[in-house]
Design a protein around this ligand. Structure first.
Ligand code: PLP
Length: 372
């Protein structure tokens, strides 16, 4: 039997427009980070996310860390963190010196459960860090009400959410601060990259200083010799990457439409299968479909399903992580919904290059693999 070529789990859409944008940066002579191309990208990204200010960063993890630093988070503080996520979310809290207190997620959206957030708040809590799961925003009106009631800030890990909306408001504008990722598996990418956005100019300017070794970045700084009065880091995005992201922003509507049409095709087919639950699309949101996660029936052995799919040439993996089960965070309370999703979720190919024929091959392969 010949195995057909593998359909990859993810695949960036990059080509001539990105190459042309990179050529323009080469010609300009400014390739370093936080330069003119970054500034142009920041203005466009703030506009996309419905915020007043954006800072381009080396990745989403650094954007999260910079945001927490700008908020003044440090040792002795506790931050309530959505449990079901890539551990960059919890890591940023540890990096700031504070303690993450994980909150369980809703069994449909797998975004933070407002009741669980409320229960995790204690006397040391300074803020709430929620995650747009696979890019889909959670219950932001409820999150905001809780934050306001307890006098806490609200931070959105919008790593996967470029182009998503909640009640017509764009992802990024739903909290006091939001962090995005432009890693190769996200909806728009420069290979690596990130952004921090906010309406609060003070927070973004604090983060801008910290992201450039604690002084104003060279572009636009003026002639005075800078003074280093605080510890900073190099978390800049290079102008080469910012150029790529400019071209990706031009494509974003068509990339989102392509992902949405794959998701629709999958959901129509998988709804008929008893062995899987399709991802919930919550009302009043636009889901950007960074990934497509099927919840396998509890009796299925996910390892066997993954192996069956791979044998059929289908790229696949688990969903994301139950943070509280990662040893780096030490002993944590059990969080059953997140733990169950960590065990049962299956990610299947989702990207803007998938053809209808390939999506149908994935559908047939999943039918076969869950039956085996
Ligand atoms: C991808 C991802 C991150 C990390 O992004 P980097 O750009 O790799 O730092 C953080 N949070 C979530 C929810 C993610 O999906």
């Amino acid at each position: 039997m010949t195995i057909p070529p593998t359909i990859p789990l993810g695949r960036p859409t990059v080509g001539e427009p990105e190459l042309a944008a990179v050529a323009a940066v080469f010609a300009s002579g400014w390739l370093a980070g936080a330069g003119p191309t970054c500034r142009r990208f920041e203005a466009r990204f703030a506009n996309l996310t419905g915020t007043a200010h954006a800072l381009a960063t080396s990745n989403c993890g650094s954007a999260l860390f910079l945001g927490l630093r700008a908020l003044g988070v440090g040792p002795g503080d506790e931050v309530v963190v959505a449990d079901y996520t890539f551990p960059a979310t919890g890591h940023a809290v540890l990096q700031s010196g504070a303690t993450p207190v994980f909150a369980d997620v809703r069994p449909d959206s797998f975004c933070a459960d407002p009741a669980a957030i409320e229960a995790a708040i204690g006397p040391r809590t300074v803020g709430i860090l929620v995650v747009d799961l696979a890019g889909q925003p959670g219950d932001f009106d409820a999150y905001r009400a809780i934050a306001d009631r307890h006098g806490l800030w609200l931070f959105e890990d919008a790593a996967c959410a470029a182009g998503a909306t909640y009640r017509t408001r764009p992802a990024g504008s739903l909290a006091d601060l939001a962090a995005f990722s432009f890693h190769g598996r996200k909806g728009i990418t420069a290979g690596e990259g990130g952004a921090l956005v906010s309406d609060n100019a003070v927070l973004i300017e604090r983060a801008r200083k910290t992201h450039s070794y604690g002084v104003a970045p060279a572009f636009g700084r003026g002639e005075d010799v800078p003074v280093f009065d605080e510890l900073g880091y190099n978390f800049r995005l290079s102008d080469v990457q910012a150029a790529i992201l400019g071209a990706q922003l031009d494509r974003l509507p068509s990339l989102l439409a392509a992902r949405r049409s794959v998701a629709k095709r999958y959901t129509e087919a998988f709804r008929e299968l008893d062995a899987v639950e399709v991802p919930a699309e919550l009302p009043d949101r636009e889901h950007p479909w960074q990934s497509y996660l099927l919840l396998l029936a509890p009796e299925l052995d996910r390892g066997r399903v993954l192996a069956g799919l791979r044998a059929r040439g289908i790229g696949c993996t688990f969903g994301t992580y139950a943070s509280h089960l990662q040893p780096v965070y030490g002993r944590q309370r059990p969080l059953p919904v997140s733990a169950d999703a960590f065990r049962r979720h299956l990610a299947i190919p989702m990207h803007a290059e998938l053809t209808e024929e390939q999506a149908d091959r994935v559908i047939d392969a999943v039918r076969g693999a869950v039956d085996a």
